[in-house]
Design a protein around this ligand. Sequence first.
Ligand SMILES: [Zn+2]
Length: 54
Amino acid sequence: MSTCPRCETTHSVEELSRHEYPRLVLVHCPTCDRLLGRYRRHGDAPGTDHLRDG
Ligand SMILES: [Zn+2]
């Protein structure tokens, strides 16, 4: 589960808007489209970098 800091809605991981790139997946809030995190496409258990506001 992930709660968006902008619109404060909570979504399951499956609901998040994903933008997949060759080495990176960006995850956005499906409600307000705020960037919530980015995942490295690197094995089965990618780490998450939480971004600062922006
Ligand atoms: Zn949001």
